[in-house]
Design a protein around this ligand. Structure first.
Ligand code: SAH
Length: 259
């Protein structure tokens, strides 16, 4: 499905941006790059910025006009750094990702068109698009770097594609910590606890400092998942203090304060 979506960069000045766009595409599973009259391509700078997405650059199609780049496409989405350059049907990036995936999923060809670094797309080019897409950036500073704009729309396409495939967007689901569970222990309190835990585990003979294996990192993962709050931290620290006393053979002191 994603092979039906092509990214078209019009008249790009900086080869680094072509490389950056190729990298962003490969990250998001897009592979078809079309360059309309690039100023400097092929280029070592593009390869450097592609950081390994060389196949995208090697397979990039270079054409002279936008018209040639659009051959075969039945949905053309043109991007603009400015909101409403000309009155035209507008999509936000999320709708753009959904429309691109839906169309591509039906076997049709889709184009995402990006403009020049300094001047964007011309009105004539924008009028060749079915929809315009604006990333809702701060209007005071609305223009993203070209490769960053490719990244944002590529991400939205990927999210829509994952949803269409029924694939998860995260590996594991963690419980969101409830504010009702009390004030959480801070990172520095957690670090003091891990130090205390480690020395206690050595003292009671559970952890061999010569062969620690991955015990402490596993315990960090366990407690990191637990969203320990401050009063729970007091309990844990109290247990460790008593365990250390026991290990030293000191008598138990019953805690009768409420924890
Ligand atoms: N000075 C130009 C800036 C172009 S930025 C102008 O005002 O049009 C280069 C390209 O990055 C744009 O043509 C567009 O394809 C993309 N881009 C940058 N910011 C964007 C945004 N906020 N929304 C959508 N596309 C954007």
């Amino acid at each position: 499905m994603l092979q039906n979506i092509r990214v078209i960069l019009v008249n790009t000045s900086h080869p680094g941006n072509i490389g950056g766009a190729a990298r962003a595409m490969k990250n998001m599973g897009l592979s078809r790059l079309v360059l309309v009259d690039p100023e400097d391509f092929p280029s070592a700078e593009a390869v450097a910025r592609a950081s390994g997405a060389n196949d995208i650059l090697d397979n990039a199609q270079v054409v002279a006009t936008l018209e040639e780049a659009l051959v075969g496409c039945s949905l053309v989405l043109g991007t603009s750094a400015r909101d409403r350059r000309i009155p035209w049907p507008l999509l936000d990036p999320r709708e753009c990702g959904a429309a691109a995936c839906e169309h591509a999923g039906q076997g049709a060809e889709v184009a995402l068109v990006f403009g020049r670094e300094y001047a964007g797309l011309t009105n004539d080019e924008l009028q060749r698009c079915h929809f315009h897409v604006h990333i809702p950036s701060d209007p005071e500073f609305s223009s993203l770097n070209l490769a960053a704009a490719v990244q944002v729309l590529g991400y939205e396409v990927r999210m829509a594609w994952l949803a269409a495939q029924g694939l998860p967007t995260k590996v594991e689901k963690f419980e969101v910590t409830s504010v009702r569970s009390g004030q959480l222990a801070t990172m520095d309190e957690m670090e003091l606890f891990y130090g205390h835990l480690e020395s206690t585990l050595v003292a009671i003979g559970f952890l061999d400092p010569e062969k620690p294996r991955h015990l402490m990192s596993r315990l960090r993962r366990l407690f990191g998942r637990s969203a320990v709050n401050k009063s729970e931290m007091n309990i844990l620290r109290g247990i460790l203090t008593e365990a250390q006393k026991a290990a030293r053979g000191e008598p138990h002191k019953r805690r009768d304060d409420d924890v």
